[in-house]
Design a protein around this ligand. Structure first.
Ligand code: NAG
Ligand code: NAG
Length: 181
């Protein structure tokens, strides 16, 4: 259980490269992130996100742990133009809680914080036109997010240099789920 319980304090320290070993000592128990998640909040400074963020709704993700610690992540994302489903294989980079996908544009995901049960905060980074774009996502087992977890997400976003205008709590939706209709 020790691996599951990361205090916010430890998680914040993990944001500093020099302290990255803290999550290493605790490790990431990948089985704890497996299964279905809602994505009820996102934050980014990317112009594309800021332009569209008020139209966005809650997406869903499903994480499967494959051999070798690889993760398969399936997404169902409700765009104004319709539901978009995609999936990618993410391989461990060697850094604790960090995975990389070479498919569809070189993405890195980093689990910044999780209680190993109800939520995880995941930072996704990708390089586009020579610039690195970051997207912080809250993964939650429930559509409803407790005020404590919402606060924790906002604090992590601020620690990543994102202002409150760059954080979006997303409304629920029913039209776009992981199962194709
Ligand atoms: C969702 O994740 C679970 C747990 O990892 C896995 O058993 C299931 O096959 C996944 N479903 C899909 C549609 O990928
Ligand atoms: C993918 O990203 C990694 C680190 O983020 C970088 O070292 C590598 O050069 C990138 N590869 C491509 C094809 O952009």
């Amino acid at each position: 259980m020790r691996t599951a319980v990361l205090s916010l304090g430890v998680a914040l320290l993990c944001l500093l490269p020099a302290e990255a070993e803290d999550l290493g000592a605790a490790g990431l128990d990948e089985s704890k992130v497996a299964g279905r998640w809602y994505i009820p909040a996102m934050a980014s400074s990317s112009p594309g996100f800021l332009q569209k963020k008020d139209e966005l709704k809650m997406a869903m993700a499903n994480i499967t742990v494959l051999g070798g610690g690889n993760l398969k992540i399936s997404f169902a994302v409700p765009y104004p133009a319709g539901c978009k489903r995609s999936e990618g294989i993410y391989r461990p980079t060697g850094s604790p809680g960090q995975f990389h996908s070479a498919e569809r544009g070189n993405k890195t995901v980093q689990v910044l914080d999780t209680d190993g049960q109800s939520y995880a905060v995941i930072l996704a980074s990708r390089v586009k036109d020579g610039k690195t774009l970051h997207m912080l996502r809250l993964y939650s087992r429930t559509q409803e997010v407790s005020p404590r977890v919402a606060e924790l997400f906002k604090n992590l976003a601020e620690k990543k240099g994102l202002s409150s205008e760059m954080i979006r709590m997303l409304p629920r939706q029913e039209e776009c789920s992981l199962e194709a209709a």
